[in-house]
Ligand binder design. Structure first.
Ligand SMILES: Cc1ncc(COP(=O)(O)O)c(C=O)c1O
Length: 283
């Protein structure tokens, strides 16, 4: 396909100088990515993230020519070359250009990655004080029958990005989204847990991202604590003694408010955060 002219930002230009415009993923969201935390120079759960990246790529029909081992080698080398100790790695696989047909099998799958210094997602004090969530956002999560919800895909982030903007404009830190049928789903970049009547509750991993942090927490619960995956009603969540979010970037993040209901960051959340912190140091 030959393009005659391009316009980008503020000027007319030769299409070769605006090649981002011919990237299939920009138009049709044919992209998947990962977020990986680096603690003390080591990528936490690297194998799990690389495996999910490749699985997500296959789910949305990308054809990466890179396998898990070569992907991990590149990411390890990025950490080494950057010389960062506490960082965030963002590998991405996407359908490149130049065919802008919706079905464009001639476009190659491309791979890229960025690394940057990472302090915290909501500031240091949020890890103690907790963050505020609102359910008063425009979009619910689509059901798995309507969308490849098991992939960590760029398309999946559109609802999160719009909802998060609404939350921020209303003075909240993040959006708490519901499933298509009205149960509690997840925040824009994290899974949710509630400590309720002595048990930890979390939404079933259907229509949400089954986070690697979520799985890590469930595999390393404090002694005597059990966790139940369920269809979590918002009313049950609002009665919980403690609520926290889990995610690569959020780590174990206490929730201090959902809409008008307030929570105290409590001992169960602190214990789980301590266990998680120990794991990030040991991996
Ligand atoms: C929508 C959503 N849910 C959950 C998570 C948590 O996933 P993980 O623990 O693998 O980072 C993330 C973060 O990537 C996310 O974006």
């Amino acid at each position: 396909m030959t393009y005659a002219l391009a316009f980008l930002d503020d000027r007319f230009t030769n299409p070769d100088e605006a090649d981002i415009l011919t990237v299939h993923a920009l138009h049709y969201a044919t992209a998947v990515f990962e977020g990986i935390r680096v603690y003390d120079g080591r990528a936490f759960k690297l194998a799990e993230h690389v495996e999910r990246l490749l699985r997500s790529a296959l789910v949305i029909g990308l054809q990466p020519d890179l396998d898990a081992d070569s992907c991990a080698v590149v990411l390890e080398e990025m950490i080494m070359r950057s010389d960062l100790r506490n960082a965030y790695l963002r590998p991405v696989m996407f359908q490149g250009g130049v065919d802008l047909g919706v079905h464009a099998p001639s476009n190659k799958t491309r791979f890229g990655a960025l690394i940057w210094d990472w302090p915290t997602v909501f500031g240091e004090s949020a890890m103690q004080k907790g963050i505020s969530l609102t359910t008063q956002v425009p979009y619910r999560r689509p059901p798995p029958s309507c969308f490849p919800t098991e992939a960590k895909s760029s398309a999946g982030y559109l609802t999160g990005a719009i909802n998060r903007r609404h939350a921020a404009e209303a003075g909240f830190d993040d959006a708490l989204m519901l499933t298509h049928d009205g149960f509690v789903a997840e925040a824009s970049g994290a899974n949710i847990f509630a400590f309720h009547s002595g048990t930890l509750l979390t939404p079933r991993p259907s229509g949400i991202l089954d986070g690697i942090t979520r799985q890590t927490v469930m595999a390393h619960l404090p002694e005597g604590l059990t966790c139940r995956e369920c269809d979590l009603d918002l009313s049950t969540l609002l009665e919980a003694d403690e609520v926290f979010l889990t995610g690569t970037a959020y780590e174990i993040m206490p929730v201090r408010a959902i809409d008008g209901t307030r929570f105290q960051p409590g001992p169960q959340t602190r214990l789980i955060a301590e266990i998680y912190q120990t794991l990030t140091c040991a991996d």
